[in-house]
Design a protein around this ligand. Structure first.
Ligand code: GRF
Length: 278
């Protein structure tokens, strides 16, 4: 059993976005309340034009862009850092995100991803983040990035997912939940591991899906939960109340906060009350 982040008083958080950044906004608003044990020290996006960057700038938070789109196609300047072939092979043996069967093509893709991540790390590191929070960051994260931030055995990269994992991993959590005919949907905050949406779950919250619900209503209900759950998970980490437990093949977490049942009840009550059945 390892205890994480027990020493932090004010966590330094970097947030990664790709789009509108309403989760980022919720974290910015939470920080502005002044009673949250985290400070957003940097925001970065994989593409220029993400509205999350504007939100960061408006809040006076340094905002960075690494143009993954062109970098993955090969747009690196001469003399850019690149992993050695031994390092690349080792990263490939650890990763579970790229399933391209042709080894040459897979290594090529992984190399470009790692080079883009190297640029991202170079931009984030001067801000000395304790945590990196993915908030609608639509890129896979390789073991290169994870090892950089996790060091030896830490868990410092988080993600928010719009479904009740392990159901509906991938990019379309709300669509998949509604399309499957689920009666309840959910959101998940988890630590990021070498797979896609497979890391240790920190917290989940559920919302009802009413008859004749629309995707727009479901997404709105879910997003409003996302905002609370993400901020609370970061608070728990700052307070040293998240322990990563389990076995090497299935890491789990334990929340030590005695108020946990109360927090969970609050999320569920709010989700049930938000929009009554039509
Ligand atoms: C959220 O639903 C989040 O769970 C998912 O992407 C969406 C991002 O929304 N990973 P926003 O950019 O925070 O508004």
């Amino acid at each position: 059993m390892m205890k994480i982040h027990g020493d932090f008083r004010q966590l330094r958080v970097a947030v990664l976005v790709s789009g509108g950044g309403t989760n980022l906004q919720a974290l910015i608003d939470r920080a502005a309340q002044g009673d949250w044990s985290a400070t957003i020290v940097a925001v970065a996006s994989d593409r220029d034009g993400a509205y999350g960057l504007v939100r960061a700038e408006k809040a006076g938070i340094p905002a960075h862009v690494v143009d993954y789109g062109s970098l993955l196609k090969g747009g690196f300047g001469a003399g850019s850092w690149e992993p050695s072939s031994a390092e690349l092979k080792e990263l490939d043996s650890a990763q579970k995100i790229l399933r391209i069967t042709d080894e040459h093509a897979r290594l090529h893709r992984l190399k470009r991803l790692v080079m883009a991540e190297h640029q991202l790390i170079t931009l984030l590191d001067p801000h000395e983040p304790d945590l990196v929070c993915l908030a609608g960051f639509m890129r896979l994260v390789s073991p290169y990035f994870l090892r950089h931030y996790n060091g030896d055995g830490g868990w410092r990269v988080l993600n928010i997912h719009p479904a009740l994992l392990p159901a509906f991993p991938g990019e379309h959590g709300y669509e998949d939940t509604l399309g499957y005919g689920c009666r309840w949907g959910g959101v998940t905050v988890h630590f990021v591991d070498e797979g896609e949406d497979t890391g240790p779950i920190i917290a989940q919250a559920v919302y009802p899906i009413w008859p004749d619900d629309t995707l727009e209503r479901v997404r709105r209900r879910g997003l409003s939960l996302e905002y609370s759950v993400y901020a609370q998970c970061i608070q728990w980490i700052a307070d040293g109340q998240v322990q990563v437990t389990g076995t090497p093949s299935r890491r789990t977490t334990t929340i030590k906060d005695p108020r946990y049942p109360e927090v969970l009840r609050g999320w569920t009550h709010r989700a049930l009350a938000s929009e009554p059945p039509l």
